[in-house]
Design a protein around this ligand. Structure first.
Ligand code: UD1
Length: 431
């Protein structure tokens, strides 16, 4: 298995292009199942999760064609890919494919809406909590689907089509909102979704669906109104920039000091994150085509983080900001409110010399003067990145194992960090 080697304490300076958002790309690709016409997506990142989803969609009959790599010479910008589900050939999403990535479970919405039936394996994905599917079942039930669980599969049926309806999510769920919105787009009549997730990736999908002929209003709010249509058509859509990647690189420079420009990044996508960053003593300047992040002060101030649904602080940046807090001058508090088991990086950060204690859902981080490099193990996608950030701020060499987690969600990571002066390299091994 590959590993990443980092020599810490290099100051970071330069430009990083921010990729298309993974968490928008996945539902947008899945939306291609809703129409027999072609959906062209631009700015698609080259990520393991995207490639896995391509093969899952192929299994249902989606043809995809990479139209171009949109290279700008530095090979750091996304691809343009055409997806066409002219004919759905299979409404079963098997365990062998779905277990590789939780979001692939979301095909249940479009398959059910277009074909009247979907048989989808219960999902796998990052081990960051129990991650149930009750909200998917309840919201699809509300649209008139009959749902059974059989041998590890969800069997959803709506032979006469889905019916528009009212549903209020008892808890905010990004995935269940994506799925209900896609399904309701092809339902008969109007659907009102209350307490919908407001993440920018939901809005990106809603805007793409509207370009495909859907009638969704309330985009960006917690109340979505969807007037069902009988069919959707093809369109072209550009994936929005990745706010998690933006926050991650911002945390890197906050850790090491330096001055970087995150091209294509948008402050409106991560306001709370930038507020926390500012309290750490990091400067943020917005420009028309990106964000400049710099820290010249030698001291990192302690931070206070509480994760929450958008516009709150994203849980997907919690681990990275904990890494930053390990070197702060004082005590930081980090509270995780979305997932019940998302502190697995704590043990690994401790191996580098961090001083962290966890009490329930809150971590107390006492900043230390020095972290020292050590071999560490990535545990999940975002947690892996906290180890890279800690490694960048540590003396000596940090060896990050199980980097396949990183490849799921960070495009060209070593290339991007090397380009701004980090001493980072991948060692490829064949086993
Ligand atoms: C998405 C993101 C993930 C992010 C998460 C929270 C993608 C591909 N993944 O994951 O990166 O960390 O949002 O912002 O976009 N829940 C239930 N029942 C359900 C569904 C969810 O109780 O049926 C709970 C979950 O266990 C969790 C909370 O709801 O505690 C939020 O999860 P959810 O928003 O659904 O996360 P995902 O869509 O899986």
């Amino acid at each position: 298995m590959d590993k990443i080697l980092i020599q810490g304490n290099s100051v970071l300076n330069g430009i990083i292009p921010i990729s298309g958002a993974k968490n928008a790309t996945l539902p947008l690709m899945i939306a291609s199942l809703l129409t027999h016409e072609s959906l062209i997506l631009e700015n698609i990142p080259r990520l393991a999760d995207v490639f896995v989803l391509q093969s899952i969609l192929s299994n249902h009959g989606v043809d995809y064609h990479v139209m171009d790599n949109q290279t700008d010479g530095s090979n750091l910008t996304g691809r343009r890919v055409k997806f066409c589900a002219a004919k759905i050939v299979n409404t079963i999403a098997p365990y062998e494919l779905v277990r590789k990535m939780r979001a692939s479970f979301w095909v249940i919405g479009p398959l059910l809406a277009r074909m009247g039936v979907a048989t989808v394996s219960l999902p796998g994905g990052c081990a960051i909590g129990t991650r149930p599917i009750d909200l998917f079942v309840e919201s699809l039930n509300a649209l008139g689907a009959k749902i059974d669980i059989d041998s590890g599969y969800i069997v959803a049926k709506a032979p006469k089509g889905l019916q528009g309806s009212y549903y209020c999510f008892p808890k905010v769920s990004v995935g269940a909102t994506h799925v209900m919105m896609m399904a309701a787009s092809l339902a008969n009549g109007e659907t009102i979704i209350e307490n919908a997730a407001r993440e920018p990736e939901i809005s990106d999908l809603a805007e793409c669906l509207n370009k495909m002929g859907a009638k969704i209003t309330g985009i960006g709010t917690s109340k979505l109104i969807i007037k069902g249509v009988s069919s959707l058509h093809g369109t072209t859509h550009t994936v929005l920039p990745d706010r998690i990647e933006t926050g991650t690189f911002a945390a890197c420079v906050a850790m090491t000091g330096g001055d970087i420009f995150l091209k294509n990044a948008r402050s409106s996508l991560l306001k709370q994150v930038l507020d926390v960053l500012a309290t750490s003593g990091t400067c943020i300047q917005e420009d028309s085509d990106g964000l400049r992040i710099s820290r010249t002060d030698s001291i990192i101030q302690p931070i206070l983080v509480k994760t929450g649904p958008f516009p709150g602080f994203p849980t997907d940046l919690q681990a990275q900001f904990m890494a930053l807090a390990t070197r702060a001058d004082g005590v930081s508090h980090i509270k995780e409110t979305i997932f019940e088991n998302r502190f697995m990086h704590v043990q690994e950060l401790t191996r580098l010399g961090a001083n962290i204690s966890v009490n329930g859902q809150t971590a107390r981080v006492i900043g230390v003067n020095n972290l020292s490099g050590a071999p560490v193990m990535a545990t999940d996608l975002r947690a892996s990145m906290s180890l890279v950030i800690a490694g960048l701020g540590a003396s000596g060499e940090t060896e990050v194992h199980r980097v396949y987690h990183l490849d799921r969600g960070f495009e060209l990571l070593e290339e991007k960090l090397s380009a701004i002066g980090a001493n980072i390299r991948r060692v490829r091994t064949s086993t």
